[in-house]
Write a protein that binds this ligand. Structure first.
Ligand SMILES: Cc1cc2nc3c(=O)[nH]c(=O)nc-3n(C[C@H](O)[C@H](O)[C@H](O)COP(=O)(O)OP(=O)(O)OC[C@H]3O[C@@H](n4cnc5c(N)ncnc54)[C@H](O)[C@@H]3O)c2cc1C
Ligand code: FES
Length: 280
């Protein structure tokens, strides 16, 4: 029988990782309390879930782990309000609720066989980190072409997943370009905004998809760079973070025109977004 989409799975917080210098971004590794929970929560890269703290509420968070991770699911949460603060106060071993997975996720069948250019800024890297780790998994790497990642944050202290960045930098099957906005003592990597670095890297649009996620200003300036490089709007994917409530297309909180971001998205091609009212 199909699981009631409103019913959360009980999960335990196995590990909490502090991601940034400002201490307001944490990654939560969750494990299912019930046997078979992980198998029933089968997800694709780019999907999201609702995390709930008893007596406080719930909020949508993108899935940061790769579907290839066998026994746990990870979420990276920035502390901004009521529920995210309650999540940040949790200790390892605490129990919370997990509802989902929701949304369309990235079109993995279409991405297979193509070169992939990932463009990410700030802490919105989460679902793109999932995609990167999915592509890099030994069982999957041959099914994709070249992998280019351009990732930036304002300062070195704001870069998240430093442990992944270090591991990826040691590999030869990924072109990794990590940048920070301005010079910082001790930083000998790239300096400059993501759209500028993307312009310098100049990835080929030949048989390629670009997947973009970040703050609105980064997206606004990165899209023309990709267009200039020859990427078609149908091959530029974007993940939206509209405010949501039900997550399953029932409450009408997240619609843009006739599309529901929770159900039809959160991943849309630029071509699809160009056909929607500019409400996102
Ligand atoms: C598909 C999707 C994926 C997301 N993925 C992540 C993620 O990986 N990590 C993460 O930290 N956050 C993510 N978010 C945003 C996250 O859902 C909100 O930050 C969260 O709902 C805030 O809840 P709160 O109770 O802590 O804040 P509230 O107390 O409800 O509000 C605090 C402040 O945050 C603003 N806010 C609340 N929700 C949103 C929202 N959805 N978008 C923009 N502003 C909002 C409010 O206007 C207010 O200023 C995602 C949202 C969506 C829709
Ligand atoms: S969140 Fe309820 S319809 Fe999308």
């Amino acid at each position: 029988m199909m699981q009631n989409p409103y019913l959360p799975y009980p999960v335990d917080v196995r590990k909490v990782t502090l991601e940034n210098e400002a201490k307001d971004i944490k990654t939560f590794e969750l494990v299912f309390q019930e046997d078979g929970g992980k198998e029933r929560f089968a997800y694709r890269c780019g999907q999201f879930a609702e995390l709930s703290v008893l007596g406080v509420g719930e909020c949508p968070i993108g899935i940061a782990s790769s579907p290839m991770d066998t026994d746990s699911v990870q979420f990276t949460v920035k502390k901004v309000g009521v529920v995210t603060t309650a999540l940040h106060e949790l200790e390892e071993g605490a129990s919370i609720g997990l509802r989902g997975p929701y949304g369309n996720g990235f079109p993995m069948d279409e991405l297979e066989g193509s070169n992939i250019v990932i463009v990410a800024g700030g802490f919105a890297f989460t679902t793109l980190r999932s995609l990167t780790n999915y592509i890099l998994h030994p069982d999957n790497r041959d099914r994709f072409g070249e992998l280019t990642v351009v990732y930036g944050a304002r300062t070195p202290g704001e870069l998240i997943y430093k442990y992944d960045l270090e591991a990826w930098a040691r590999r030869e099957d990924i072109q990794l370009h990590v940048t920070v906005d301005t010079e910082h003592e001790g930083w000998d990597g790239l300096v400059g905004f993501v759209p500028t670095v993307l312009g310098n890297v100049a990835p080929s649009p030949e048989n390629a998809f670009a997947v973009v996620c970040g703050p609105p200003v980064m997206i606004r300036f990165s899209l023309p760079v990709l267009a200039q490089q020859g990427f078609q709007a149908s091959r530029i994917l974007n993940s939206l973070e509209m405010r949501m409530k039900c997550g399953v297309g029932k409450c009408g909180r997240c619609n843009i025109g006739e599309k529901y971001v929770c159900k039809n998205g959160p991943v849309f091609t630029l071509e699809e977004l160009q056909g929607l009212p500019q409400e996102y």
